[in-house]
Design a binder for this molecule. Sequence first.
Ligand SMILES: [Zn+2]
Length: 422
Amino acid sequence: MKEENPISFVCSLCGRPYAMEAGRDRHLCPVCSGSIEPVYDFHGKKEHYRSILRRGSSHGIWGYRELLPVDPDVVPVTLDEGNTPLLQADHLARELGVRRLYLKNETLNPSYTYKDRFATIAVSMAKHKGRHTIALGSAGNAAAALAAFAARGGMDCFVLLPPGAVQDRARQIRSYGAKLITMEETINDCILMAKRGEDLFGWENVSTATCFHPWAAEGYKTIGYEIGRQLDFRLPDWIVCPVGGGALLSKIYRGCQDMLALGLIDHLPRFAGVQAEGCMPLVRAYETGKAVADDWGVPDTIAFAIADVCTFESATVLSLLRSTGGTAVAVSDPEILEAMQATGRKEAVLAEPASAVTVAGVKKLLAGGTISREESVCCIISGNGVRDLPLMVQGLPEVPRVGVDDVEGLRAAVAAYQKGKE
Ligand SMILES: [Zn+2]
């Protein structure tokens, strides 16, 4: 078995050095609960790193590997993840009433979500360490990503699934050859059980919160790098991001911090974290002025992919929202559903409920005046709604049926659609 990689780690909030100890199941700063992150030394090499970010990556996210915490001799297991489009969404911008709107379309990743940026690193590292089997607790998207990359890497993958996981996700996971085990308990219990499998079966636990895997979570910051490059390093005023465990938002922020440190941008954008009203631990903490979010009770929302009762990275996320003049907001299920359908209809991007929260969130923040109509906004569309088609068509009128040669019936059907448009 090869050694853990030698990169050093610090707390993202208080900057204290953090010692990686084998066997620890959760990495958070013991003093301030900040997220743990690797350290890169840009000193004297800024032009070199700037050229990497200007050039971008043509082999998955591995063109950025000097900015990722992986040993130089790790062989990438990649499915050409990342490099997702940044769409200028003029139709939706008009509907929402904002000057400029971008959609970072993460739905086009190989397993349909941004989690592939994590999975490529986690699986490559596990394989490099000589592991044959990875395991994780996940309600769906993370498991699909890890299962896909395990298949690509010729590894076994065990997935511990909590009750209530969406069946379409479970079928996708099984299609990659992963072995599902359902548990009666919460996602947290599933994650802990995956950890226990390390001793029992020699598994590599690859559960996807930053606190469980501070190495692979760095993959998410490449979303920030890509947005920078795609906009010629003129970032939008706002980046609006769904929040479950919080790693997606905190790592896109981290990517922006890198670009600032390298002089590619001259200020940070403001960040908005969006949750569903049926599970909003971060928003509650933000609104009540807390430094760390308390766990939520029982989630009740269609946005299951962000219905994490624990916002693992809450200390880091709350701090960065406040320090960038950002905000946190929650949206209702009907608002999410409306945003899903509008994003599909106006921009041909099928956003899963947990991603459509961003569009619903922008609408709410515009209405409340937090985001000005003169500003530019980028929504992170984190996962694909092609697996949520029943929700996409919920509430739409029934499809009319016309018989052979029934021209009058056809006229009536077309007229009914025209009437619906008015
Ligand atoms: Zn700390």
